[in-house]
Design a protein around this ligand. Structure first.
Ligand code: KIV
Ligand code: NA
Length: 264
């Protein structure tokens, strides 16, 4: 069982093999997704919504994310584990960025970090890469800047396509090994994918990207409330757990549980 490496991302692009990634925030799901052969696990700051119950990813701190990354990195035997850099931990200058990236690697066992932004984050990407840490970039809709973007808005439409391409080029030149495109029209994502030698990873960016990534709680039907259109649900874990809890409660109340087989 050979560990996935950054070269596998580049080789996959060259040979046309699609890359798969899911988010993970704990050792249980990390083990399951790793055993299923998912290529990379992103410990996203989407933990803000999915683990901590925040409205956005903005409040998430490095200290909150580190234990989750450690759990995932400790459980994954084959998958490449990527630690998301929280809002406020890298934007101000390259010193902050390198300091945070080193902490997140040193204290967790992750294999790479991810940060948001193209042209605006190129210096940070270059300095982190120079410190020996692989970087996955993230452009298109970037949740950490959702207030500036005016909410969950599709990016790279019309004249936005030029900006998207400029961001993608800046990321490649800065030395990132891959780039996430989030909520981008499929045509624009296809153009970016063709223009780059590093792989593009789609989160709602259509079928022409080199890989696909989804937030596991959306994908498995655990998230309550609205799910973006680009998510296809592959399970209904939320309903399964709700039914299990209700059945167990009824069994306890009517004396069905515990039975003799569950008693000492
Ligand atoms: O935090 C996250 O889960 C992400 C992905 C949606 C790209 O950044
Ligand atoms: Na994120």
């Amino acid at each position: 069982l050979k560990r996935v490496r950054t070269r596998h991302f580049l080789n996959a692009k060259k040979s046309g093999i699609k890359i798969t990634g899911l988010t993970s925030y704990d050792q249980l799901t990390a083990r399951i997704f790793d055993e299923a052969g998912i290529d990379f696990l992103l410990v996203g700051d989407s933990a803000g919504n999915n683990v901590f119950g925040y409205e956005t990813t903005l409040p998430v701190t490095v200290d909150e994310l580190i234990p989750l990354v450690r759990a995932v990195a400790g459980a994954a035997k084959r998958a490449f584990v990527i630690a998301d850099m929280p809002f406020g931990s890298y934007e101000a200058n390259t010193r902050d960025a390198v300091h945070t990236a080193i902490r997140m690697m040193k204290e967790t066992g992750a294999h790479a970090v991810k940060l948001e932004g193209g042209v605006r984050s190129a210096d940070q990407i270059r300095h982190i890469v120079d410190a020996g840490i692989p970087v996955m970039a993230h452009i298109g809709f970037t949740p950490q800047s959702e207030h500036q973007l005016g909410g969950h808005v599709i990016q790279g439409r019309g004249s936005g396509e030029e900006q998207l391409l400029a961001d993608a080029k800046a990321i490649e030149e800065a030395g990132a090994f891959a780039v996430v495109l989030e909520m981008v029209p499929a045509d624009a994502a296809a153009k970016v994918t063709a223009a780059l030698s590093i792989p593009t990873i789609s989160v709602g960016a259509g079928p022409h990207c080199d890989g696909q990534l989804l937030v596991w709680t959306d994908w498995a039907g655990l998230t309550q409330g609205r799910i973006p259109k680009f998510v296809k649900q592959y399970a209904q874990i939320g309903q399964t757990l709700r039914d299990a809890a209700a059945t167990w409660k009824a069994d306890v109340e009517n004396g069905e549980y515990p039975g003799p087989e569950n008693s000492y």
